[in-house]
Design a protein. Structure first.
Length: 116
């Protein structure tokens, strides 16, 4: 039984972002570290948590994130009180597809909420 996903954030990485010039010339893609940072930061912000309190159990990069293709972040509960994050690419002329799938461990017991 899968719980429904909940929308968290959208982002369209601009082709003008300097990282695309060197990653990789002629075949630009968003570095995985930037994609993972955006997903975890957006989740933490939406849930009034510090990024440092989010522990990534697993991250799977399933497809490249390209410049100027909108990205949509969703989350849903997972087994053992974990949280699943999915980043979907939303191309204008095609079907959405999963770019990144992340499994977060539950927050530590001593993790404090931060203000909105």
């Amino acid at each position: 039984m899968n719980a429904p996903s909940t929308f968290l954030a959208e982002w369209t990485p601009s082709a003008q972002t300097p990282v695309f010039a060197g990653h990789f010339p002629g075949n630009p893609l968003l570095p995985g570290s930037m994609l993972l940072d955006w997903a975890v930061s957006a989740y933490a912000h939406a849930n009034h948590r510090r990024v440092s309190d989010c522990s990534v159990r697993q991250a799977r990069f399933l497809a490249p994130a390209r410049p100027d293709v909108p990205l949509r972040l969703e989350h849903q509960p997972a087994r053992r009180d974990r949280t699943r994050l999915q980043v979907m690419a939303m191309p204008a002329n095609g079907e959405p597809y999963v770019v990144l799938d992340v499994l977060l461990d539950p927050p530590r017991r001593d993790a404090e909420e931060v203000g909105p």
